[in-house]
Design a protein around this ligand. Sequence first.
Ligand SMILES: C[S@@+](CC[C@H](N)C(=O)[O-])C[C@H]1O[C@@H](n2cnc3c(N)ncnc32)[C@H](O)[C@@H]1O
Length: 314
Amino acid sequence: MSHVPVMLNEVLENLAPRDGAAYLDGTFGGGGYARAILEAAACTLWAIDRDPDALARGAALVAQFPGRLHLIEGSFGDMLSLLNGAGVASLDGMVLDLGLSSFQIDDAARGFSFRRDGPLDMRMGRSGPTAADLVAGLPEEELADTLYQFGEERLSRRIARAIVKARAEAPIITTGQLAAIIRNVVPPSRDGIDPATRSFQALRIRVNDELADIERALQAAATLLNPGGRLVVVSFHSLEDRIVKRFFADAAGRAPGPSRHDPRRLAAAPAPRFKLLTSRALRPRDSEIFGNPRARSARLRAIQRLTHEFGTLP
Ligand SMILES: C[S@@+](CC[C@H](N)C(=O)[O-])C[C@H]1O[C@@H](n2cnc3c(N)ncnc32)[C@H](O)[C@@H]1O
């Protein structure tokens, strides 16, 4: 098992690591970005992951870059307090590679995969309710809302009904059981995507509270980055990318405001503190997708904190 880092060249180009600078990799995973950043410049790197297995695998990399790589267990949404605890008050750059690593997807025991049967877990960390707990306990309507909101599943009500019916007969405790229930009520799509894909994504996002964590991480990044500091985010589905896109547009003063004729426009809008490094999301090259199909839905966006922040004109 291994994890092939996605859009690595584009990540490095946009992060532009410098000697002597301090960086955060908020999603250490298989350490692919971390290794490349440490090799690209004589910098210091803090790396967070909420999955203790990922950090355990990282021990060899820590030994390879003595004093330069520091691993921290926790959620990137808590990066302010995690970094504070490590004595880090500011950073020159940060990268977030959202979602799951291949280690997590490919390990049936983690319960993320609808292709391999395993316990219905889906937790990236070790605490909190599992997907099986949610499937067993959520009322039908809340289950349907979860599938709709976090999976954009149009047949959410039908699936929720089938789950509630099935769980009345026997507890749903494996990924295989859940996938079979969904496949039974959702017709196969013409593009060959497994009918369970969207529901599994939805449950995973809810189990790990992923979207709220991304919002908190972006807010924290905006306060942690030094002038000139860069933030690079790679996302894998439209819900993640929408949050990043909106936040970046706001931070760069590009969010749509009131119309030209609206008096509210006269109220001083906060001066932008960032500029966009990517005017639109970058996508992986075809050659990368060919070699690593998991890269196909990746989108990369980056911003840079301005070195001079302008207030109102004198
Ligand atoms: C796509 S992988 C990162 C791969 C990495 N860039 C590499 O090159 O090996 C995502 C990793 O981020 C972790 N992760 C996802 N959400 C997280 C969060 N909110 N806080 C901390 N870690 C998170 C996952 O546990 C997983 O190990």
